[in-house]
Design a protein around this ligand. Structure first.
Ligand code: NAG
Length: 369
């Protein structure tokens, strides 16, 4: 219900925004988005070609359907998603929206299978607040991928386990900073073994493919004694297995973790000092995201996806005719999604709630392992 409402809401806003966009004299569409024009077009003409685009889509992402009925249904969903991508393009002109591997899923299916955080926007009130850091000497651009602290992009498959990838990503970075070694850590351990509950919200417990929270997962990891290597406890993408944690094979340990305030300078300072940060975001624009800096005029701040903040930068926006600062985000939907598995979202106004649930973790250094 809520989702349907928000889609209708988004659509009516799209009508309003397109008016505002032209009234403000922005270049609407511009020269970017060749892919968009090819794939979804700027008008309904291309929707006539939907069968052709669907064929390309199936081939590109290896999609097969069990029956003619299913095929027919998925084609109708695909068509609806082409329309949705066009609406997203209007609402988010500095990014490119179009066909993704999720184009045959309804928004509800997408949320259920590929996200995994369910949390209303709430300012951090947890006990462990990150200390306030100096912000004068922050670099203007920073990317932990350039400093060897980020493992290759992983793929959560159709399991709402994003929270476990956000958690391992942050601990992989922290562990790299404290030991000098980049070790890929096990999400499956969290999926199978972590049932930690959020002390602030009754009944909100980590639940495998049904979602979880990064802070609860740090708490579990602290109590359990650490996480195993990816290779020793590989990802299966299901939560039907039993816990196979072996505490003699711990590869990284949590020393402590804390929440970072909404202040973007503090977020940047914590990122540079402590390594990649676990963050939550509203992922509605990510279903159709192909590339560029996502900066929707309007985006819900309801957090439904856990990701990893690895850096920030600035790029020139031809649409707004000015520098557009952005966050660089590692996602867990494989390398074929977005910009080689990454997402860029603009900084400056908590777009899609990206600044609202940010955690930093520190790892125990090798000497004390
Ligand atoms: C967290 O642990 C790290 C590494 O042991 C330590 O340097 C840091 O002071 C701790 N931070 C807090 C807030 O306790």
């Amino acid at each position: 219900m809520a989702l349907r409402f928000s889609l209708i809401f988004l659509f009516s806003l799209f009508l309003t925004t397109s008016f505002l966009v032209s009234a403000n004299g922005y270049i609407n569409g511009g020269d970017d988005g060749i892919l968009i024009r090819q794939v979804i077009g700027n008008d309904d003409d291309h929707l006539l070609n939907v069968d052709h685009h669907f064929t390309i889509f199936k081939k590109r992402f290896g999609k097969t359907y069990a029956s003619d009925e299913e095929h027919h249904y998925r084609l109708s969903v695909f068509k609806a998603n082409l329309r949705r991508a066009m609406r997203h393009q209007k609402l988010d002109p500095s990014a490119v929206h179009g066909v993704t591997q999720f184009s045959d899923l309804t928004p509800a299916e997408f949320r259920r299978k590929f996200l995994g955080v369910n949390r209303r926007l709430r300012l951090p009130s947890d006990a462990n607040k990150a200390p306030v850091l100096p912000t004068e000497d922050l670099p203007s651009d920073f990317d932990w991928r350039d400093h060897g602290a980020v493992t290759p992009v992983k793929n959560q498959g159709s399991c709402g386990s994003c929270w476990s990838f956000s958690t391992t990503g942050a601990l992989e970075g922290a562990n790299y900073l404290s030991t000098g070694k980049l070790v890929s850590l096990s999400e499956q351990q969290l999926v199978d073994c972590d049932h930690e509950c959020d002390p602030e919200e009754k009944g909100s417990c980590d639940a495998g493919c049904n979602g979880g929270l990064m802070n609860s997962a740090f708490e579990y990891t602290l109590k359990a004694g650490g996480l195993m290597r990816e290779g020793d406890y590989p990802y299966t993408g299901t939560d039907r297995g039993t816990c196979k944690f072996d505490n003699t094979k711990v590869a990284a340990k949590v020393a402590n973790f804390s929440v970072v305030s909404l202040d973007e300078e503090q977020i940047a300072a914590n990122l540079v000092k402590n390594g990649p940060l676990a963050v939550a975001i509203n992922a509605v624009f990510m279903q159709t995201y192909v590339g560029g800096v996502s900066c929707p005029y309007i985006c819900s701040k309801r957090l439904d996806h856990g990701v990893l903040l690895v850096g920030y930068g600035t790029g020139f926006s031809p649409i707004r005719m000015k520098e557009k600062p952005y966050w660089i985000i590692k996602n867990s939907w494989g390398k074929k999604w977005g910009e080689n598995g990454y997402y860029k979202i603009c900084r400056g106004r908590n777009v899609c709630g990206v600044d609202s649930m940010v955690s930093t973790v520190a790892a125990v250094s090798t000497s004390s392992h």
